[in-house]
Design a protein around this ligand. Structure first.
Ligand code: RBV
Length: 422
């Protein structure tokens, strides 16, 4: 029996088309790993719950886990990122899905609870909400050893788990998939980087000649700065980390404190993982340039102080899907994308399948690794095994028909030794 609650089951056909489009671009997850999983069934008898953006890419991850023998439960990791057609298609294929676009905070947690009630053995989170809920409300899953291992997909979630680990309250073995090179250098850098497109879609603006501010210069935001520059924008980066600020400067961007950028900025895009990147004060909102577009591409909706902006605005007018025009008391207009939620998933369809292929290949192989080594992990953060990270790299190259060199024995000994010098 399939357990589910989705928006509209009749969207399944449309969802299948979307899954098909992603399939061809995800050869590692969909072909190489799925074919092996189908034969070997390494996840047989295992229940896997994913709190992930319900997209055509996540759908293909679910299919691969299922092919490996797992029973799969899914809930959304953001109220606005669920693609209802994909959710319906997955239900038809026997995936237990609790997700619909536009659910309330209460419904969001209800969906998470439905997945946890299935007594999952492996949790795959994106933003930490499901695993934190398991700690708070389903401690028996941890105490009775039902959960054998967990994975976290995104930077924000990994930060939350590192904080839990430091305070000694992380009670499950946690694999920070986002830390893998195959994840953060591709999905984050290229996927979020390309997310500037969602700002273009929002208001259909020309980037060339615009003053674009990118808040942050981590993996996600550095990709965004590069793409905005490539489109001809004058890009200014804001940072709190001196080294990242220097990297941005030497990459050719202006670097300034955020408050100095506000009067000139035509577009402000945030991806810092921090809260209140723009301070939540009316006198600061008054310094915005009239017509500025505000978009966030970080995991949570608190980078742009949306709540305070809504409170201050004298009028909020939806002007197209997921874009609102806020009129401030002085008459200036602000265009807010996706209610401050991650615009790259809400306005566009999420990161392209080609990069998600690598992230979800990692999730698939780590799931297999957790099952194989069940019982040998201690609670806390467990670094992603380099062999698995490299394996995904090699498989991606193989799928692209690219060969690379291999170290000779002599070279290996040279770079791992110290005796040879001048
Ligand atoms: N993300 N998933 C998609 N197409 O399924 N797009 C982006 C997709 C993930 C990405 O890995 C990032 O770390 C996370 O969403 C942010 O919540």
């Amino acid at each position: 029996m399939v357990n589910y609650k989705v928006a509209d089951e009749s969207l399944a056909e449309k969802g299948k088309e979307a899954l098909y489009i992603a399939e061809r671009k995800m050869p590692v997850t969909v072909k190489i790993i799925r074919e092996r999983f189908t034969k070997e069934k390494p996840l047989k008898g295992v229940v896997i719950a994913g709190c992930l953006h319900i997209t055509k890419e996540t759908g293909n991850l679910a299919r691969t886990l299922k092919a490996g023998g797992a029973e799969v439960y899914l809930c959304g990791s953001n109220p606005l990122s669920t693609q209802d057609d994909v959710a319906a298609a997955l239900v038809e294929e026997g995936v237990n899905v609790f997700a619909w676009h536009g659910n309330t905070d209460e419904e969001f947690y209800w969906c998470i609870r439905q997945c946890l009630k299935a007594k999952p053995n492996i949790l795959i989170d994106d933003g930490a909400d499901m695993i934190v809920t398991a700690h708070k409300e389903f401690p028996e899953l941890i105490e009775e050893g039902i959960i054998i291992g967990c994975q976290e997909e995104t930077t924000t979630g990994v930060k939350r788990f590192r904080a839990m680990d430091k305070q000694g309250v992380l009670k499950v073995p946690l694999f920070p998939v986002n830390d893998a090179r195959c994840k953060n250098q591709f999905d984050n850098e290229l996927g979020t980087g390309q997310g500037v497109i969602s700002a273009i879609y929002g208001m259909h603006i020309l980037f060339a000649g615009k003053d674009v501010v990118i808040a942050g210069y981590g993996h996600c935001s550095s990709g965004m700065a590069l793409r905005a520059k490539g489109l001809g924008a004058n890009v200014t980066v804001t940072e709190v980390d001196p080294i990242k600020a220097l990297q941005a400067k030497f990459a050719g961007f202006d670097v300034k404190p955020i408050l100095k950028t506000l009067p000139e900025a035509d577009v402000i895009l945030t991806a810092t993982g921090c809260k209140h990147v723009i301070p939540p004060k009316p006198e600061i909102f008054d310094t915005f340039k009239d017509g500025v577009i505000l978009g966030n591409l970080g995991h949570f909706d608190i980078e742009i102080p949306t709540k305070q902006l809504y409170d201050y605005a004298k009028e909020v007018k939806p002007i197209r899907k997921h874009v609102e025009e806020l009129t401030l008391p002085g008459g200036k207009k602000i265009y807010l994308l996706a209610k401050g939620r991650l615009a790259n998933l809400v306005l566009s369809e999420g990161h392209p399948s080609e990069v998600m292929d690598m992230s979800f290949a990692l999730q698939s192989l780590i799931s297999e690794y957790i099952v194989k080594n069940k019982g040998s992990f201690k609670p806390g953060i467990i670094e992603i095994p380099t062999e698995i990270d490299n394996k995904v790299g090699y498989l991606k190259l193989q799928s692209m028909g690219i060969e690379i060199d291999e170290l000779t024995g002599e070279q290996y000994n040279y770079i791992h030794g110290y005796l040879e010098g001048t």
